[in-house]
Design a protein around this ligand. Structure first.
Ligand SMILES: Nc1ncnc2c1ncn2[C@@H]1O[C@H](COP(=O)(O)OP(=O)(O)O)[C@@H](O)[C@H]1O
Ligand SMILES: [Mg+2]
Length: 546
C-alpha cells in the first residue's frame, strides 16, 4: 500500500457504538468531513470506516474555564495538541483480512487501542468500490477526491430500491443517472411513470432552466416514449411512439377505491361499487354512467344498493370518464405495444403531459402495473415449468416518482406496487421508488428496499425512515443530515459494499459522451477491486445491512 496521510489513532469504542479516536496534533481538524471514508489499520484487518462526528476535547476543564485570549496566541499554540485536542468518531463498515484473497467481510470485531487511522487513498476506494466495468456504474465521486465511486447495477436491480431527498436536492437527476446506467449496460427493461415529463425527451435544470437530454436523446430507439397527452408532446416538440388510452372496462373496483381520497369517496362507496360489479359485470362503469336518474333508481331498488351512495359514486365516475385518455371503447392496442416493448428489453417512458394530477397518475400507473404484474407472473410460472430461457421475461424495473401515493401505510397492502415491493423480486420485477417524504411510505416496504440513494433530508422522521431495517445507523443519520442541499448523496445498501457519501456525477456534456460511446470501462486508475469474498454467501453480504 502506498503511504496514506495519517489522521489519528483509536482510543475507545465498541462494535455496536463505533470507535472514538484522537486526532494527531499535526492534522488540521477542519480537514475532517462528516461522511468521509477513512481506514483503520488493525493488527490483522484493515477496517474501512465512515467518519460520523468530530469533537473538541481538553485534558482539564480548567483550561476551558480560563482560555488563552487573543493577546496570547503563543499560549494557545502550546496548549493545542497537549492540553486541547480534537477527537472524532468513526464506524467501521467493512473489514479486509491480511490475507486479501479472503475478500471484504462484514465487521465482526474492532481494532485494538491505538490502531492508526488514515485518510482513504485512491487504492482503498478502488478496493472497495471497484472500477466502472462489468455492470459497475459510476454514480459520483468521494467528497474530496476525483475518483469514481461505483454501484453494482446487477445487484441494484435484484431488489426494489429508493431515491430520496427533499424537493430540489437532485432526486430526478440521480434517478436519470441510475436509469442511464441500467440502459447502457443492458441490465433490465424499464418502465418509467414520468409524472412531470422530465425523463423521456428532455428535462430542465431548476434555476438556470437549461435543457438536459432525456433518455431517448441518449439511447435512441432503445427508449420508447408513450404519452397520455399527445398535444403536450407536440408543443414540447418531443417525439413519441404511441398514445395511451385506457378503456372504462379496464378500470376495476380496486382502482377506484385506491382513489378514495382523490375522489373524496365516502365510506359506503366501496360497498356500492362492489354491488355494481356483481350485478353489471365488467362494463359496470359504462353502464352506471349511461343510467339516468330513473334507471339508477330502478337499479338501486333491484340490487339493494343505497340510491344516494350510487348517485354519488356515479358523479365521481364522471370525473374519471372526462379524463382525455379514458375512452368508452379502446382496443387496448397501445398498451399492448407498450408492454411488448418492455418484453423485448426496451425502456418505456410514459409521459403524463397535462394530466399530472393525482387522479390520472394513480389511475394509469395502477392499471398498467397490474397488467404487467399479471403478465410477468404468468410468464415466470411458465418458465418455472419449462426451464426454457426463451420463456423468461426480462428483468423489469418500474420507476415511480411520488411513490408514497401508492405505498403509504393505508394502501400499500392493496396496490400492485405494494405487492411488488414486498415480494416480486422473485418474479423479476422491482421498483425504483422516488420520493421526498420517505416517512410516508409503509415501513414494511421501506425495509424491503435493497439500496437507498439519499440526498439531503431535514425532517427527523424522514431520516429515520431511510434507515428502516438498517442496523447501526446512528452515526449514518448524522452524516445524512450534513449533506449539501444539492448534488450530494449517500448510497447505502445491497448495491454498494459499504455506505458512502458522494458528490453526484454531473449530468452534463461529458456524461452524455460517456453514455454515447460503446465502451463502458474507463482507464484503470487504481487498484483492482477485492471481491466481496468469494466464499461469502449472499446472506453474509446482506448481513452488512441487516
Ligand atoms: N447530477 C446533477 N448534475 C447536474 N445538475 C444537477 C444534478 N443534480 C442536481 N442538479 C441540479 O439540481 C436541481 C434539482 O434537481 P432535481 O433532480 O430536479 O431535484 P428533485 O427531483 O429532488 O426535486 C436540478 O434542476 C439541477 O439544476
Ligand atoms: Mg424531481
Amino acid at each position: 500500500m502506498p503511504e496514506s496521510t495519517r489522521i489519528g489513532l483509536v482510543t475507545s469504542g465498541s462494535l455496536l457504538e463505533g470507535l472514538t479516536a484522537r486526532l494527531d496534533d499535526d492534522y488540521d481538524l477542519e480537514r475532517l468531513r462528516v461522511g468521509q471514508f477513512v481506514v483503520v489499520q488493525g493488527r490483522q484487518n484493515r477496517f474501512f470506516s465512515l467518519l460520523t462526528d468530530v469533537q473538541l476535547a481538553a485534558t482539564s476543564p480548567s483550561i476551558l474555564a480560563d482560555p488563552p485570549g487573543d493577546a496570547n496566541p503563543l499560549l494557545a499554540e502550546i496548549l493545542a495538541g497537549r492540553s486541547t485536542y480534537g477527537t472524532f468518531k468513526i464506524t467501521p463498515q467493512l473489514m479486509l483480512p491480511e490475507d486479501v484473497s479472503l475478500g471484504l467481510r462484514p465487521v465482526k470485531t474492532i481494532p485494538a487501542h491505538f490502531a492508526p487511522i488514515y485518510e482513504a487513498s485512491e487504492d482503498d476506494f478502488g478496493l472497495v468500490f471497484g472500477e466502472e466495468k462489468d455492470g459497475k456504474f459510476q454514480m459520483g465521486q468521494p467528497l474530496d477526491m476525483d475518483i469514481p465511486v461505483c454501484l453494482d447495477l446487477h445487484r441494484f436491480v435484484e431488489r426494489s430500491n429508493g431515491v430520496f431527498g427533499k424537493s430540489g436536492t437532485g432526486k430526478s437527476f440521480l434517478t436519470r443517472l441510475l436509469l442511464c446506467g441500467v440502459i447502457k449496460n443492458k441490465i433490465a427493461s424499464n418502465l418509467i411513470f414520468d409524472m412531470h415529463s422530465e425523463y423521456g425527451w428532455s428535462g430542465t435544470t431548476e434555476n438556470t432552466n437549461i435543457e438536459v437530454k432525456g433518455l431517448r436523446q441518449l439511447f435512441g430507439a432503445q427508449v420508447m416514449i408513450f404519452t397520455l397527452d399527445a398535444d403536450s408532446s407536440r408543443q414540447r416538440k418531443a417525439p413519441y411512439d404511441g398514445e395511451i388510452t385506457i378503456s372504462l372496462d379496464e378500470i376495476q373496483v380496486e382502482d377506484i377505491l385506491l382513489l378514495q381520497e382523490v375522489l373524496n369517496l365516502n365510506a359506503t362507496a366501496a360497498e356500492s361499487a362492489y354491488i355494481c360489479v356483481e350485478k353489471l359485470g365488467k362494463s359496470w362503469i359504462s353502464k352506471i354512467l349511461a343510467m339516468d336518474t330513473e334507471a339508477l333508481k330502478d337499479f338501486s331498488d333491484q340490487s339493494g344498493a343505497n340510491m344516494a351512495s350510487i348517485s354519488a359514486l356515479r358523479r365521481k365516475l364522471i370525473a374519471v370518464e372526462r379524463l382525455g385518455f379514458v375512452s368508452k371503447n379502446s382496443n387496448l392496442s397501445s398498451i399492448s405495444t407498450l408492454i411488448d416493448s418492455l418484453l423485448i428489453g426496451k425502456t418505456v417512458v410514459l409521459e403524463f403531459g397535462k394530466y399530472h394530477g393525482d387522479l390520472a397518475y394513480m389511475l394509469v400507473a395502477n392499471i398498467l402495473t397490474r397488467r404487467i404484474h399479471n403478465l410477468w407472473l404468468e410468464k415466470m410460472n411458465k418458465f418455472e415449468g419449462s426451464k426454457n430461457p426463451a420463456d423468461k421475461p426480462p428483468h423489469l424495473m418500474i420507476t415511480i416518482e411520488e411513490a408514497h401515493k401508492f405505498l403509504n401505510p393505508a394502501i400499500a397492502r392493496q396496490t400492485t406496487f405494494g405487492t411488488i415491493a414486498r415480494e416480486l423480486r422473485k418474479y423479476s420485477v422491482t421498483l425504483l421508488v422516488v420520493d421526498q417524504r420517505p416517512s410516508s411510505i409503509d415501513n414494511e416496504v421501506m425495509s424491503q428496499l435493497g439500496s437507498r440513494i439519499t440526498a439531503l433530508l431535514n425532517d427527523d422522521k424522514d431520516i429515520d425512515a431511510v434507515f428502516t431495517g438498517v442496523s447501526g445507523s446512528k452515526g449514518l443519520k448524522a452524516v445524512l443530515a450534513s449533506l449539501d442541499s444539492r448534488q450530494q448523496a449517500m448510497i447505502l445498501g445491497h448495491a454498494v459494499p459499504m455506505p458512502v457519501v458522494i458528490r453526484t456525477r454531473p449530468y452534463d456534456s461529458e456524461f452524455y459522451k460517456a453514455m454515447l460511446h460503446s465502451s463502458t470501462s474507463s482507464p484503470q486508475r487504481h487498484a483492482a477491486p477485492v471481491p466481496v469474498s468469494a466464499t461469502q454467501t449472499q446472506d453474509d453480504v446482506d448481513d452488512l445491512f441487516a
